[in-house]
Design a protein around this ligand. Structure first.
Ligand SMILES: Nc1ncnc2c1ncn2[C@@H]1O[C@H](COP(=O)(O)OP(=O)(O)OP(=O)(O)O)[C@@H](O)[C@H]1O
Length: 346
């Protein structure tokens, strides 16, 4: 088993991506709007660019029509056939692959049970909630014994309880399935994927195990996903990096960083202190900036500030925001202790 391989080059959309998903694992495809995620998914599914080289477990799918590829695409809309019950929707795939009616229905019942939808077998899609319909859609996809699967934001537009429940179901049902998932939610990345690929402007900018990406993001997009700050630069001493704009950040380098290397400094938003006047004391990092926005984040407020080192985020209490009288447009001083800044190879 070699898993899924796709080599997409689409100059019209500015997307050039080579992707390999090892057999039985899940890769999360991440990136900002317009980065090319849907273009890649469509090429794998055979909906767009049927000439793109796609192989699954050594089988060449290039040029095959979507319905001949055996790669189901699961999205927000599970596209169930409205006139069939949930059971018959799921039994449709095995029947189309030549299984007898009774056997197809038995397989369908098994899969409905496995996704927690056994009690919904006799309902038509019109009588299912959004989360229930997606579970039936998942059962329908898995009942075809796919060699690979594509999930396009499978949990989008569900309420918190329904998405948590469907995520649990997906985690169990996708065990051992070769899968690509597009998501904007860091929780999906952490719980559903083994590997993460970040696309920006149609190119792969990070391709790493999920645990590594979450622990030490190397691109602004990944840092934003994880909810941490990231500043790029060159390591100019054993504990400082300097950005292109000449801003110096002091931190603690990980092993493997050498002088002159391109590095990234990361620090959590709760390690950033916000002041309206230059503070006393001597924290190693001081950055002046302008408040761009203040939004709720968990139990506190997240302040975004434009600085010479890019946009940074700081978590502050509502009380502190009120006390400092902070509003968008105000000038602020941000300080971060060098010990709270991790420096990694870029
Ligand atoms: N049907 C289309 N025709 C022409 N260009 C398109 C079409 N769909 C998308 N594009 C362009 O291709 C590029 C990649 O878009 P794509 O939809 O793959 O990005 P995405 O990462 O899926 O974005 P999103 O997160 O917003 O869904 C973008 O520049 C987009 O404008």
């Amino acid at each position: 088993m070699t898993g899924l391989e796709v080599r997409l080059d689409d100059p019209d959309r500015g997307v050039a991506v080579d992707l390999r998903v090892p057999a039985g694992t899940t890769t999360a495809l991440l990136g900002p709007n317009g980065a090319g995620k849907t273009t890649v998914l469509s090429a794998i599914a055979g909906i767009h660019h049927p000439g793109t080289p796609v192989r699954v477990d050594g089988r060449d799918l290039t040029g095959l029509a979507a319905h001949r590829r055996g790669i189901p695409l699961l999205s927000q809309d599970p596209l169930l056939l409205p006139h069939l019950t949930a059971l018959d929707n799921v039994a449709f795939g095995p029947a189309a692959r030549g299984r007898r009616r009774g056997e197809s229905r038995r397989v369908a019942r098994d899969w409905l049970e496995r996704v927690g939808a056994g009690h919904l077998a006799d309902r038509p899609p019109g009588e299912l909630s959004g989360g229930q319909a997606r579970r039936v859609g998942l059962a329908r996809a898995l009942a075809t014994e796919p060699s690979a699967m594509i999930l396009d934001e499978p949990l989008a537009a569900l309420d918190v309880d329904a998405s948590a429940e469907l995520r649990r179901v997906l985690r169990e049902a996708l065990e051992g399935v070769t899968c690509v998932i597009v998501t904007h939610d860091v929780v999906d990345v952490a719980l559903l994927a083994d590997h993460a690929v970040v696309l920006v402007d149609g190119r792969v900018v990070e391709d790493r195990p999920v645990a590594d990406l979450l622990a030490a993001p190397r691109t602004p997009f990944a840092a934003g996903l994880v909810g941490t700050n990231l500043v790029r630069g060159v390591l100019t001493s054993d504990s400082t990096l300097v950005t292109d704009a000449g801003v110096t950040i002091a931190g603690v380098p990980a092993s493997g960083c050498a002088l002159g290397d391109q590095v990234v400094a990361t620090f959590r938003p709760d390690a950033v202190a916000v002041h309206t006047e230059a503070p006393g004391g001597s924290p190693r990092n001081r950055l002046s900036g302008e408040v761009l926005g203040i939004e709720p984040a968990g139990g506190s407020l997240r302040l975004r500030a434009g600085t010479g080192a890019g946009t940074l985020i700081a978590d502050v209490t509502a009380g502190a925001v009120a006390e400092l009288g902070l509003h968008p447009g105000d000038r602020v001083q941000l300080t971060v202790k060098a010990t709270a800044v991790a420096i990694h190879p870029a």
